[in-house]
Structures are given as C-alpha cells and as structure tokens.
Design a protein around this ligand. Structure first.
Ligand SMILES: Cc1cc2nc3c(=O)[nH]c(=O)nc-3n(C[C@H](O)[C@H](O)[C@H](O)COP(=O)(O)OP(=O)(O)OC[C@H]3O[C@@H](n4cnc5c(N)ncnc54)[C@H](O)[C@@H]3O)c2cc1C
Length: 239
C-alpha cells in the first residue's frame, strides 16, 4: 500500500515533483551548502520559471521568459514547449496536447507606461486605462482600486451637486500621478537589478546590494511589505 504523504512538501511532491526536486537539490542542496553565501542570501535564492495558479476550473499559467526570446522558444518547436510545461507542471501532463498551436499560447508583453493626460471633458481614465504596470510586486489591482477610491472621494460631491468640471477630473489625475510614477520607478528598478540579471544568467547569482539591504534591516523589510501591500499613497473612502 502506498504511504500517504505526511508533510506539506510531500503533498506538493505528488503533483509537482520537479519543483520539490529543485527545492531539495538546488535550493536547499547545492546553493544552501555554499560556504561563501550567508544564510540570508541562501534564503533569497529561489527557483521559479513557471507560475501556475489553480483557478479550480482551469490553471492560470505564466511562463516567464526574457523579453525578445519568444522566437527562440518557438524555433525549438511546439513539442519542446509542451514538454517544458509538462516537466515543470506534471499535473498538466495529460493536457499539454490541448496547446494545439502557437495561437493557444498568449504572449503578455510587459510594458510600463502611462497616459500624458488622464482626462478630457466627459472622460476620466484610471487604473490600467491610465497606466500599464509591470507584474513586479502584483500591484496593478491595488493601484486601480486606489485610483477608484480617489476618484470617488473627489468626484462624488461635485457630481451629486451637478457642478462637475474638468478641473475635478484633473485633480484625480494629479493626486494619483505621483504614486503611479513612484511605483513604476520601483518596478523598473527591481526589473533592472533583480529580474533581468536572473533571466539573463546561466551561472552563479549573487543577490544585488539593494536586495541585501532590504532584507538585512527589519524596518526595511516591513517597509517593502507595506509598499507592496498598501502602496506609496494609500486611499481611504471618505464619501
Ligand atoms: C495575466 C495577468 C495577471 C495579473 N496578475 C495580477 C496580480 O496578481 N496582482 C495584481 O495586483 N494585478 C495583476 N494583474 C493586473 C490587474 O489585473 C490589473 O492591473 C487590474 O485588473 C486593473 O484594473 P482595471 O479596473 O483598471 O482594469 P480591468 O480589470 O481590465 O477592468 C476593465 C473592465 O472594463 C471592461 N471593458 C473593456 N472595454 C469595455 C467596453 N468597451 N465596454 C464595457 N466594458 C469594457 C473589461 O471587460 C474589464 O472588465 C494581472 C494582469 C494580467 C493580465
């Protein structure tokens, strides 16, 4: 009789053995044993190329590739791509054939930009319509909701009283512009200093000084968590 998995790691092993193998052999094996790395640095080094979220009716998968490398992946052929996905996510093994052609693989090109003007008479753009965020930090929804709260706070009364002008719309834009810009700058810095070196590297990686600093000092760690969770300018509903 097969033994029932006992630990959380054993349970995960049943549906994604490769992840556990990499965790045990690379992360907590080869990397963890390197004497030149501090324990903190060892903890920072993670292995992740395929992110899979179980949405109960489907798996949402993100296969992270360096910008401009799609042609390289395509040139290896669809079978090689299916094999990569199946290897990284064995639970999808029986379903990779459902990727019938490259049209079934959607490329989400990451862009970081924003509109020069967010409003015109009768129109206000907020959220993704006003600013495209990078996935770094997973903060697109936070900003979209904060924009909406700021818009409600600033526009509810003038709308109710029938005195809304384009100046009110511009107040929303100017209130939300600097948090958007600051968050985008932060995302770009993380992209340049952490994500890109990881994607471009095939050798030994050392956490950049910024990451060391952020993790070395408890106050900085809390600040980083606060920045991701609450953003640089939290908004509170006041109407
Ligand atoms: C694959 C993926 C993963 C993501 N993961 C995260 C994450 O983990 N964390 C995070 O914070 N953010 C994440 N984001 C970003 C996040 O989804 C967006 O930043 C956020 O949804 C923006 O909210 P929004 O209201 O501005 O736009 P949306 O959520 O896009 O809402 C716009 C709505 O308008 C509707 N619409 C469009 N055109 C019309 C029309 N002509 N008439 C009527 N309705 C229309 C659309 O159908 C949509 O429902 C992710 C984005 C993608 C694509």
């Amino acid at each position: 009789m097969a033994t029932q998995p006992t630990t959380a790691r054993d349970k995960v092993r049943t549906f994604t053995p490769k992840l556990i193998e990499l965790t045990e052999n690379v992360l907590f094996g080869d990397v963890w044993e390197r004497p030149e790395l501090s324990k903190r640095d060892r903890s920072l080094i993670t292995v992740a190329t395929l992110i899979a979220l179980n949405r109960s009716e489907h798996w949402q998968c993100g296969y992270v590739i360096p910008k401009g490398r799609l042609d390289e992946i395509r040139s290896r052929g669809l079978d090689a791509f299916r094999a990569d996905v199946a290897r990284l996510l064995p639970v999808a093994q029986d379903h990779v054939a459902e990727i019938r052609n490259w049209d079934d693989v959607k490329l989400l090109t990451v862009k970081v930009d924003r509109l020069q003007r967010w409003s015109r008479p009768g129109l206000l753009c907020i959220g993704d319509a006003a600013h495209a965020m990078s996935p770094v930090g997973g903060v697109g929804i936070n900003l979209a909701i904060q924009d909406a709260v700021a818009a409600a706070n600033l526009l509810a009364a003038p709308l109710r009283e029938g005195r809304l002008t384009v100046d009110h719309l511009e107040q929303v834009a100017s209130r939300r512009l600097w948090p958007t810009r600051a968050t985008q700058e932060l995302q770009l810095a993380i992209q340049r200093r952490v994500v890109r070196p990881v994607l471009d590297s095939s050798g030994t990686l050392h956490p950049p000084p910024l990451v060391r600093l952020l993790t070395a000092i408890p106050q900085f760690r809390r600040l980083a968590a606060r920045l991701v969770g609450m953003g640089v300018r939290p908004e509170h509903v006041r109407v």
